[in-house]
Design a protein around this ligand. Structure first.
Ligand code: KIV
Ligand code: ZN
Length: 389
């Protein structure tokens, strides 16, 4: 199972993330992301779905050949051809992983796969064995696990573990579960599936109800020691769990999570976010946790005043810890006199109390007209307030 104090990061930006509409990347771009993921110190890079296209196979092969110190996974449906192609993709990796999936919910079995539950069990047995004969690390995912019958899921996972799976993934494929249910599902599986204690349990969440991070954290409480995440939370539909959110939640609240942690180099989070945003042309919303432009910006006067007295008043992590250079005190109409004074001092102007009073009045009048007051506006205000003694 590995070190129980470590949560492994399985980054699927290049596979599930690339399934975001418009996020397609060239092999060269994928290699850039893979290099950055190495700097970030993720444990596993899911490099693609080799059977999906010759381009995907080529990108997976290149990433497997050129990365070191990180495992490289290739996705495969539970089909012999897919598994063989996934192996062709990852075989040159230092630590190759074949990731086999088959849906287990009745909705998917009946309407998509046209398989009975028994036929699906046989398929899992045959395909996980096939993958394991090729590769020492095999992950099995029960697609749509959270809408599957829990006792049937236990049987599926028991078969997968007996056939050689080394990681068992419990995907919330359609972002349907809620934290308490997902945590309970992990506990249920851990208690009932023979062999589950010896292997790694993995969480894979989608954000259709905005719960992906909360569900992933709940899974960790339930025993998951691998989480499947993407940079900026990009992915199918509403996206996947955002890597940066899980990493910083564990680091900020060790008290809640029993001091388990990832190996991630958090100071690389911002660079990773900006690279993926640039290469996929998917902008990061300004209010995005950890990596959004406003994640460490304060505009309200009361907040700015608090921050100037002690950063702990309004910051639960330092901007530097995730790659930002500093906090931003944004000067707008909600800002107070202390923030204006602090900014003016940074710009080299120390105003008398009377001058500051005048400057602040002019600043507020301007801020009412403009959304944000920039440094050149401030310099103009300073000049026009200097006649005041
Ligand atoms: O969401 C999902 O179920 C998946 C699987 C292929 C793991 O992405
Ligand atoms: Zn997914």
């Amino acid at each position: 199972m590995g070190d129980p104090a470590v949560v492994k990061i399985f980054d699927t930006t290049l596979r599930d993330g690339e399934q975001s509409p418009g996020a397609t990347m060239t092999t060269e771009e994928k290699l850039q992301v893979a290099q950055q993921l190495m700097r970030l110190k993720v444990d596993i890079i899911e490099a693609g779905f080799p059977a999906a296209s010759p381009g995907d196979l080529m990108a997976v092969k290149e990433i497997a050949r050129l990365t070191r110190g990180v495992a490289v996974a290739g996705l495969a449906r539970a089909h012999a051809d897919d598994i063989d192609t996934a192996w062709e993709g990852v075989r040159e990796a230092e630590l190759p992983v074949i990731h086999v999936f088959l849906a287990t919910s009745d909705i998917h079995l009946q309407h998509k796969l046209k398989l009975s539950r028994e036929e699906a069990l046989q398929r899992v047995q045959a395909m996980v064995s096939r993958a394991r004969n090729l590769c020492p690390s095999v992950e099995f995912s029960a697609e749509d696990a959270t809408r599957s019958d829990w006792d049937y899921l236990c049987r599926v996972f028991e078969v997968a573990i007996k056939a050689g799976a080394t990681t068992i993934n419990v995907p919330d494929t359609v972002g349907y579960t809620l934290p308490h249910d997902y945590e309970a599902l992990f506990r249920y599986l851990r208690e009932r599936v023979p062999g589950m204690e010896e292997i790694t349990m993995s969480a894979h969440c989608h954000d259709d109800l905005g719960m992906a991070t909360a569900n992933t954290l709940a899974a960790i409480k339930g025993g998951a020691r691998q989480v499947e995440v993407t940079i900026n939370g990009i992915g199918e539909r509403a996206g996947n769990t955002a890597l940066e959110e899980v990493v910083m939640a564990l680091r900020t609240r060790p008290d809640v999570f029993g001091h388990v942690d990832t190996r991630v180099e958090a100071a690389e989070l911002l660079a990773s976010s900006q690279l993926v945003s640039r290469l996929t042309s998917i902008p990061v919303q300004p209010n995005k946790a950890v990596v959004g432009a406003n994640a460490f910006a304060h505009e309200a006067g009361i907040h700015q005043d608090g921050m100037l007295k002690n950063r702990l008043t309004y910051e639960i992590m330092t901007p530097q810890s995730v790659g930002w250079t500093d906090t931003k005190l944004v000067l707008g109409k909600h800002s107070g006199r202390h923030a204006l004074d602090a900014r003016l001092r940074q710009l080299g102007h120390k105003l008398s109390a009377e001058q500051l009073k005048v400057a602040y009045r002019r600043f507020v009048a301007l801020a009412d007209e403009k959304k944000v007051v920039i440094d050149s506006d401030l310099l103009y205000i300073v000049e026009s307030s200097m006649d005041t003694p």
